[in-house]
Write a protein that binds this ligand. Structure first.
Ligand SMILES: NC(=O)c1ccc[n+]([C@@H]2O[C@H](COP(=O)([O-])OP(=O)(O)OC[C@H]3O[C@@H](n4cnc5c(N)ncnc54)[C@H](O)[C@@H]3O)[C@@H](O)[C@H]2O)c1
Length: 247
């Protein structure tokens, strides 16, 4: 049984609390904007581990506070990768434990592996043009999704005709975007009540190969984050899903 502090009591924080209680963990504290003053090292130390799902602009500071308080932290907030190296350095300086995943769903991590394998097969098939699409609910603040960025990185490592990804937010149906030939386009769509859909398409003049992952609810993310919290306690260092799942 774990004592868990939840930082960010929004859609994910609430789903994680209810799952944690179902498996016998204790949620000792929940922090959100209205009780920010309670977010202290002293209070954090009442928990074995913290799980952080807030907003891109606050995640780094929250992770830093946990690491400096000596509390292992599982972070799921996306859109703050520019400060990840700094967070890793703070983790090392404090002999701490940090787990980060752009997507905690086991299914999505299987999809990441399939994407890497497909992009390897496509490395020497220049007749195929690759593109990506991600669809999320309308409250999602960042685009492209952290999951889409991870998928894009997997493709860019293999498909040498693409040197970077570019993001296009589609606001009107069938909107067309200009993409430089060396760029991998990621089309982001925001649609009511969609937990998360990712599609990778390779198209040639004669056929199309497409792989997709469709999340049915937030539960898969919450289950994975809770599993990561159990896995992380007692470890030191920076980890991701590939460490926990072994692929
Ligand atoms: N890694 C994953 O598997 C995964 C899955 C789903 C969502 N996410 C990401 O997690 C984040 C949260 O998603 P959500 O759907 O729960 O969003 P949400 O908007 O429902 O909840 C975020 C909560 O954080 C609170 N918050 C904001 N600033 C805070 C601060 N400084 N301290 C404490 N709380 C603060 C907000 O008041 C809100 O209640 C987003 O970045 C989202 O993209 C990641």
């Amino acid at each position: 049984m774990l004592k868990i502090a939840i930082i960010g009591f929004g859609k994910m924080g609430k789903t994680i609390k209810s799952l944690a209680e179902q498996v016998g963990d204790e949620v000792t504290l929940t922090f959100d904007v209205e009780n920010k003053s309670a977010f202290t090292a002293e209070n954090l130390k009442r928990a074995d581990v913290a799980i952080e799902f807030t907003r891109p602009e606050t995640a780094f500071e929250n992770v830093k506070t946990c690491l400096e308080a000596g509390i292992p932290v599982v972070c799921g907030t996306t859109g703050w990768l520019d400060r990840m190296e700094e967070a890793k350095a703070i983790c090392a300086a404090n002999n701490g434990a940090l787990f980060y995943a752009s997507n905690y769903s086991v299914g999505v991590n299987i999809f990441f592996a399939v994407n890497r394998y497909l992009s390897k097969l496509m490395a020497n098939q220049p007749q195929y043009e690759v593109r990506m699409e991600e669809v999320h609910h309308t409250q999602k603040l960042d685009h492209p999704s952290g999951t889409a960025i991870t998928l894009a990185q997997g493709i860019l490592q293999q498909v040498s005709s693409k040197t970077k990804w570019v993001t296009h937010l589609q606001t009107v149906e069938n909107q067309q975007f200009a993409t430089p030939p060396d760029a991998l386009p990621i089309i982001s769509k925001r649609v009511e009540n969609v937990p998360g859909t990712h599609i990778v398409t390779y198209q040639s003049s004669v056929d199309t190969i497409e792989i997709s992952h469709v999340a049915h609810s937030r539960e898969g993310f919450a289950k994975g984050a809770l599993a990561a919290a159990h896995w992380l306690v007692g470890k030191q260092g920076c980890f991701g899903m590939e460490d926990m799942l072994g692929f």
